[in-house]
Design a protein around this ligand. Structure first.
Ligand code: ADP
Ligand code: MG
Length: 531
């Protein structure tokens, strides 16, 4: 069964950036832009950054949802700088991981923005240094980073924040990775939930919560648990309009296909090819090198120094193509990646989205079925399918032929027909033969009442029978194949994978849990075909 033999490509298309419309006549915005250029060395804002900054500077509670790498940090770091310049206020940032905190502090120090952290295993001198900074009557410390545990468990820390507050030096609370507040999020942390106490103790101090992962339910939960009031919500869509999505059928000459793709479009450009196993990383990299392309492999089996060297070579464009497992991805922030190829089926749509977007978070839940459905779907807009997974409605008109399906739909004629009756016939046939292990192709042969010698012997060996009043199908074999795949995805049929003695896997078709709904007329099934 080579259904799974799909890989996908997403590539970068240059588009002109959407410039923020800014009323720079206002003093506030003039100051904001001054800090953006002077302190952060950036020129323009990305979607929603300026809006969120304005809202939090107006002391409103703010919720920001942006994809990983979208630029959430600036939404609170820029106001923090401004508030410290103006009134020597300190911004308190709650972040779940020490590594994230250290990464942020390093970046800030690099920009010469004064930021410190307080953590449990620092020695007393180092902690006193931080306390000393905060006890100053006009602190020059811009940002103080804490884990939620530190805030909840240390009286000294809470006393200090209260003292800042009394002296009018407390700017705002920042809750980074705010999905940790919600039990519905994938990283629930009880100590995050206790952050609700901040609004009780400091009702007038503005709060800004930021996350990359929030369904509607998580968002509500976060706002509720943190007791944020009249919260302004900024949601940046997950659509990556500058990517092109394509799913290719993996054929025998896939290596040549990939080689040609890179050679003809991206010879001097940078790309990533994801493979699922270490061995295939090495094979594919070797294959590309043989074709004269500049590739290296990267996986967890390499020692740390080699991995570092390969990353550096890739960053400095010495190596153009990295063939890697998903171990390669964390913290990758290379601006000129032009294409991402998944050589094998990605583990989940979430992982696929992250990897195609080069953002570094692993898909936690395995939803292979969704991924298969995505690949098998040759009709619906790719963006619409991906974004629907994140709870976002996307109008496929907006895709403008930047995925293979929309491009196809623009040129081909798609016919849609009701296949419910044939589907019922298939279910009856499968049910009638449930004693035997029968493959999809064998059922298709039965639907067509094929009478080759070869097939007759299978029928005899497996004791296959047709149900009473059976009507052979007028659909083509291809159409029946497509129908059966669709029925599996909708759980009218079930695909059972069994390894044989040699370890090869064969898929047998059984009745699915929803088959009765179809038989009883509660559900119907339509089939789309390219004519
Ligand atoms: P996240 O949303 O995942 O927290 P970060 O705040 O860490 O993302 O930002 C990711 C990258 O985007 C950083 O390298 C940052 O410098 C860059 N970035 C953020 N805002 C802008 C901007 N307005 N212009 C250019 N680069 C930006
Ligand atoms: Mg972040």
């Amino acid at each position: 069964n080579n259904n799974n033999e799909v890989y996908s490509v997403s590539s970068d298309r240059l588009i002109s950036g959407n410039n923020n419309v800014v009323d720079s006549s206002s003093q506030e915005n003039a100051d904001i832009f001054k800090v953006l250029r002077g302190n952060f060395k950036l020129e323009t804002f990305r979607q929603n950054q300026l809006e969120a900054i304005n809202a939090t500077l107006q002391r409103k509670d703010v919720f920001v949802l942006m994809p990983t790498g979208g630029g959430k940090s600036l939404c609170y770091q820029l106001p923090a700088v401004l508030d410290n310049i103006r009134t020597n206020k300190v911004t308190i940032v709650i972040s779940p991981l020490l590594s994230l905190i250290q990464d942020q502090i390093q970046r800030l120090n690099h920009l010469k923005i004064h930021a410190l952290e307080l953590q449990g295993d620092h020695d007393i001198n180092r902690r006193n240094l931080v306390f000393h900074e905060l006890e100053k009557s006009a602190p020059t410390l811009v940002l103080l980073y804490l884990t939620p545990e530190m805030l909840n468990r240390s009286n000294r820390v809470m006393d200090l924040i209260q003292s800042l507050h009394r002296r009018g030096r407390l700017a705002r609370f920042v809750i980074d990775e705010a999905h940790c507040v919600s039990q519905w999020g994938h990283d629930f942390r009880p100590d995050y939930k206790d952050l609700g106490q901040l609004k009780v103790k400091f009702p007038n101090i503005p709060m800004i919560a930021l996350t990359a992962t929030a369904t509607a339910r998580v968002k509500e939960d976060v706002i509720h648990n943190l007791s944020m009031k009249h919260c302004e919500i900024f949601i940046q869509g997950f659509n990556r309009s500058n990517l092109i999505y394509q799913v290719w059928n993996k054929s025998k000459n896939v290596d040549t296909q990939i080689g040609n793709f890179i050679r003809s479009h991206y010879l001097r450009e940078t790309g990533i090819i994801y493979c699922t196993s270490k061995a295939s990383c090495e094979d594919v990299a070797q294959m590309l090198c043989k074709k004269g392309l500049n590739a290296a492999y990267y996986h967890a089996g390499l020692d740390k120094r080699d991995r570092q060297r390969i990353q550096e070579d890739w960053h400095s464009n010495k190596v153009r193509i990295i063939v890697a497992t998903t171990a390669f991805g964390m913290g990758i922030d290379k601006p000129n990646v032009r294409y991402v190829i998944h050589y094998s089926l990605p583990q989940s749509l979430e992982g696929y989205y992250q990897e195609t977007g080069r953002a570094g978070r692993d898909g936690k839940k395995s939803n292979l079925r969704r991924m298969l459905k995505y690949c098998e779907n040759k009709y619906d807009c790719r963006r619409q399918q991906i974004l629907a997974y994140f709870g976002e409605l996307f109008n496929s008109n907006q895709c403008r032929k930047t995925c293979d399906n929309c491009e196809m739909a623009a040129t081909a004629r798609i016919i849609e027909f009701d296949a419910t009756d044939v589907a019922k016939e298939i279910i009856r046939l499968v049910d009638r033969n449930k004693h035997a292990d029968v493959t999809s192709n064998q059922f298709i042969s039965m639907m067509k009442t094929e009478n080759s010698k070869n097939f007759a012997s299978i029928v005899q060996r497996k004791h296959l029978v047709l149900p009473p009043e059976f009507k052979p199908s007028t659909l083509s074999k291809d159409q029946l194949d497509k129908l059966i795949k669709t029925m599996i995805l909708q759980e009218f049929l079930l695909e059972q994978n069994q390894p044989n003695n040699q370890g090869y896997i064969t898929s047998y078709i059984k009745v699915g849990i929803k088959s009765n709904d179809l038989l009883r007329g509660k559900e119907t099934i339509t089939l789309k075909m390219i004519s």
